[in-house]
Unconditional design. Structure first.
Length: 216
């Protein structure tokens, strides 16, 4: 029970300082000191699509990790969990369509960083760049799929590989992608998460005998 006028919890005996609780939401000022600033920044960046962004957070799953985030909660910590990665990706998920001529000349994009390129918007339709052309042109879905299928058939399974990003797509996409690759006849499937964590798993295996990350 809580003793009136204090923030200590005890079970009938003497209150213990280690059992102290407070009224600060999400450990304000003690845990993730910049997290509330990040939430405010996310609200501002998604101000034109706030209802859409809120629906993604409330009903969607996290597309930045595999912690099982569903809505505002997950199975990692109690209470509301809005990690910075998920908030950063929210603007990508609500991005407006890219201007049709944004990729007409790729030379103009060479000096832009990743954030500036993402700010261009999302691809609203398939685009193709043929050899010798300065940039990409819009094509139909049928034309794009026919081109991809023709190149895969020409290359054969041994020369075909599927490489995926580690951010911005869900576990369901990973699952479907590896199934599609095996249906094509190859097991050349990889993703950025495995590549970036390969050094840490090697070091953990050598140091403690287990390649998986550990926690208390």
């Amino acid at each position: 029970m809580a003793k009136r006028g204090t923030n200590l919890v005890h079970g009938g005996g003497r209150p213990r300082a280690s059992s102290g609780v407070g009224w600060k939401p999400n450990g304000l000022g003690e845990q993730k000191p910049h997290h509330y600033r990040g939430i405010a920044k996310t609200v501002w960046e998604n101000r034109r699509n706030l209802p859409w962004a809120f629906r993604i957070l409330r009903k969607g799953v996290c597309d930045g990790c595999a912690l099982g985030v569903a809505g505002f909660h997950d199975w990692t910590i109690s209470g509301v969990h809005l990690c910075s990665t998920r908030l950063d990706l929210l603007q990508v998920n609500t991005a407006a369509a890219m201007e049709p001529d944004a990729l007409a000349d790729v030379a103009s994009l060479e000096n832009r960083n990743g954030r500036e390129l993402r700010a261009l918007g999302r691809l609203a339709y398939p685009m193709v760049r043929h050899k010798g052309e300065p940039g990409f042109t819009r094509v139909s879905w049928d034309a794009a799929l026919d081109l991809i299928a023709e190149r895969i058939r020409t290359s054969g399974p041994d020369r075909f590989g599927l490489y995926m990003t580690a951010r911005g797509i869900t576990n369901e996409v990973y699952y479907v992608a590896q199934k599609a690759a095996r249906a094509i006849g190859t097991n050349n499937v990889d993703n950025a998460a495995r590549v970036c964590h390969a050094p840490s798993t090697t070091a953990l295996k050598a140091a403690i005998g287990v390649a998986a990350t550990t926690c208390s």
